[in-house]
Design a protein. Structure first.
Length: 329
């Protein structure tokens, strides 16, 4: 194994979740992907009710026969996670994955580190047998009424949307080094009773056609939007806007200007907006973000996680209309 291969292997095998002082932003994003891998494992365990990962064919000292089944494909992932589970808990507040946390909790409680499915444990049992018992416990935890209720309360996240939004934010931060982050919620007039497509068309006209010709607002370097509907507020849009943080500082003013510009898009009164930069949050994901401010970056990841929720996604006739997007003016 070459020096570079050895370094990459060490990085992939270590689970830090932002606990290292010198951890890079790319490493933070990488650990988020491992959380999603643990969720995929958890969902496989739930879906394959009663299944084990290994079938023990023989336990004689002269011949150990272990037959791998479908769930055995997760053995390497769980072996890696079991090495660090006790130290990782509780997970940082910016994570948004109950399934991964439940799996790590079971691993920490059992206190077993996996290496090889055919390996023998100190009590003489096969690691494959312990892995099967761990699966059963994970399945009991994930199907318990208390856990199911908490998942429903928090809502579900779409992994692909989350990772793509995070990658877009990383791309902008790499380019500019500093970003001024704005957050707005945009609401059309209720009296207009806009459909999801009409709402999206109005928003696209605002950004793709009008803003680039506005001398004050054409300095936006990127944005991410997410549409929602189905509640008392009617169809509306959530919006992240990014400006070059090297030249801009006043997030409240920029968000307010954008909100008023949104209102000017309609011929009748009633359109309104919420300037989130005017509010105070425990996990602040707005304002100036630098590439070295990991605490602020994690807060942005958490806010992006909210954008990736599918709990209030529009359904029915609007299912084929885009749910989110990103771009630049």
């Amino acid at each position: 194994m070459g020096r570079n291969d050895h370094r990459n292997h060490k990085q992939s095998a270590r689970w830090k979740f932002g606990l290292e002082r010198n951890m890079t932003r790319d490493r933070v994003a990488g650990e988020l992907k491992k959380l999603w891998a643990l969720e995929r494992f958890a969902r496989d365990v739930i879906t394959r009710t009663g299944e084990s990962a290994f079938r023990i064919r023989s336990r004689s000292e002269s011949q150990l026969r272990v037959e791998p089944l479908y769930l055995s494909k997760h053995f390497e992932l769980i072996a890696d996670a079991s090495t660090h589970a006790a130290r990782l808990l509780p997970l940082p507040a910016w994570h948004c994955n109950l399934f991964a946390e439940a799996v790590l909790t079971v691993l920490a409680k059992r206190g077993v580190t996996f290496h090889y499915a055919h390996g023998l444990m100190s009590d003489g049992r096969l690691e494959a047998e312990e892995f099967n018992e761990m699966l059963d416990e994970v399945r009991r935890v994930l199907t318990a009424a208390e856990f199911t209720a908490e998942v429903q309360r928090r809502g579900r996240y779409d992994e692909r949307t989350y990772l793509m939004m995070s990658a877009y934010f990383n791309l902008l931060l790499d380019r500019y080094g500093k970003l001024l982050v704005l957050r707005l919620d945009l609401y059309p007039p209720k009296e207009m009773q806009l459909s999801q497509q009409q709402l999206l068309s109005t928003f696209q006209q605002m950004f793709h056609q009008n803003l680039r010709h506005n001398e004050r607002l054409n300095e936006i370097v990127g944005y991410v939007w997410k549409r929602e509907g189905g509640d008392q507020r009617g169809p509306h849009l959530h919006l992240f806007v990014f400006l070059d943080g090297n030249t801009h500082r006043n997030g409240w003013w920029w968000a307010n200007e954008l909100g008023m510009y949104w209102q000017s898009m309609f011929s009748m009164e009633g359109a309104h907006f919420e300037n989130c930069n005017a509010n105070t949050y425990a996990r602040n994901a707005i304002g100036l973000v630098t590439r070295h401010d990991l605490a602020k970056i994690r807060s942005v990841y958490g806010a992006i996680g909210y954008f990736a929720k599918v709990e209030q996604d529009c359904r029915g006739d609007d299912l084929k209309i885009r749910r989110w997007g990103c771009g630049h003016v």
